[in-house]
Design a protein around this ligand. Sequence first.
Ligand code: SF4
Ligand code: SF4
Length: 311
Amino acid sequence: MHRSLLETYKLTDYPFRINWEITRVCNFSCPYCVNRQGESDAIQYVFNPDEIAEFFNRTGQQWLILITGGEPFVYPRFAEVCRELTRNHYIQITSNLSHPDVVFFSEQVDPGKVFLISASFHATERRSEKLRNEFIERCILLKNKGFNVLINYIAHPDTFKQLDEDIQHFTNLGFGCFTLALRGRVNGLNYPESYTSEQWDIINKYALDTDIEKKAAYGNLNFYGRYCQAGKYYFFMKPDGSVSRCATLQKSCGNLFEGSFTPGPEIRPCIAINCYDVYCGLAALSGKKASLFAIHSEKKRYSKSSCLGCR
Ligand code: SF4
Ligand code: SF4
């Protein structure tokens, strides 16, 4: 288990955090993709790098912007978006590193303003030696430029034979590396339910946190009734700029691109029975349990149609 990585990369060092799904488009087509990315919503919400930076600047806060997708590098002029955002803010990027602009990014962006590059290794999409080497070379390029690169290894059932060896290889090259369990249907079987106990042993060996990984995979990450900073200090944003309390609880906090983003006035209880925000959600949690009255009041704020996972 690689819990020490959670201590090294502490989201809580950054008071204002926003998880921005910049696009749902991706240049890979992993069959297990939770986003089910498609061309239909391709590049609908595109602003230039200066405009995007200004949307964040006018909030008056310094943000840690956690950029996910889809694949962030397919967003037009993405390296320049990052360069402009990092003039006043910090970023994290989750990427498969397959886009050629990764090289341009490494030349344009100050590594000191990049909290982390979470490099996703999809072994099934990188079966050939050439594609595997491309991934490793880009990780090394970024590392040599001073970026923090952490490799996440998707535990696809077809890749267990090589997983140990691959992770050892990445580790020998000086990279932190951890496993992520799948949630979805692969080869006609549902995962995580179909992982064998041997496969779970391997996942657990490299997971950031075994307990959290298993609960997240099974949809049992339950913080119901505990106070959570989501909605006041942590948020989720869709490609169109609409902001919600978190990825799980889609209570609107306005739209950052339209200038109507408004953080909540106070820290409120979580009312979801499964937190899809996983490590971001954990970082936003306070230890305190809310009263039944506070939980009831929070539930009243949500309409049935806008809430995921309430009870
Ligand atoms: S790389 Fe990520 S976003 Fe792209 S298809 Fe695969 S799982 Fe989905
Ligand atoms: S614990 Fe997770 S689901 Fe609950 S409010 Fe926080 S981020 Fe949202």
